[in-house]
Design a binder for this molecule. Structure first.
Ligand code: CA2
Length: 152
């Protein structure tokens, strides 16, 4: 049997506390709940996933580097690093696989400093403002992107 397609799902700073504050913006689900949703959706799509979270920019970058050889796609919610990190943008540029940027909230409806993303110009696509379901939509998008890649 063929090896399962492996997808890396990365989460940036403070997302470990999701579900504990600001439910009007982020809802009530925790990152563990979102991980469970993703596991189910990934199973249906025939993917194996690794869901990781870090509050450290360097650790996120080390994980992105793994995608050069180990992962078929990256789904990333860089959290506040979205708006600040040239280093994460540079690391993502080195990766030759589909990258889907996810934001739970609609960053364009919020403070102006959230309107700029260093990640979007290097991402294959962006899902934003659709709540925790955005992670599942990102998995569906990856399935489509990988299928398209196989066809060429
Ligand atoms: O909407 C998103 O997914 C964000 O990436 C979340 C980041 C924010 O800085 C971005 O502008 C948009 C913030 C993550 C904070 O996580 C929370 C932790 C505890 C309670 C609520 C949210």
């Amino acid at each position: 049997m063929a090896d399962p397609v492996k997808i890396l799902i990365l989460n940036g700073p403070n997302l470990n506390l999701l579900g504990t504050r600001e439910p009007d913006i982020y809802g009530h689900e925790t990152l563990t709940d979102i991980g469970r949703r993703c596991e189910q959706r990934a199973k249906a799509l025939g993917f194996e996933i690794a869901m990781r979270q870090s509050n450290s920019e360097g650790e996120l970058i080390d994980w992105i580097h793994e995608a050069v050889s180990k992962w078929s796609a990256i789904i990333i919610n860089p959290a506040a690093y979205t708006h600040t990190s040239v280093a994460i943008m540079d690391a993502l540029k080195l990766v030759n696989c589909p990258i889907v940027e996810v934001h739970i909230s609609n960053i364009y409806k919020r403070e102006s400093f959230r309107h700029h993303s260093f990640v979007s110009p290097v991402a294959t696509g962006v899902i934003c403002g659709l709540g925790p379901a955005g992670y599942e939509f990102a998995l569906e998008a990856v399935a489509g992107l990988l299928r398209k890649k196989e066809e060429v």
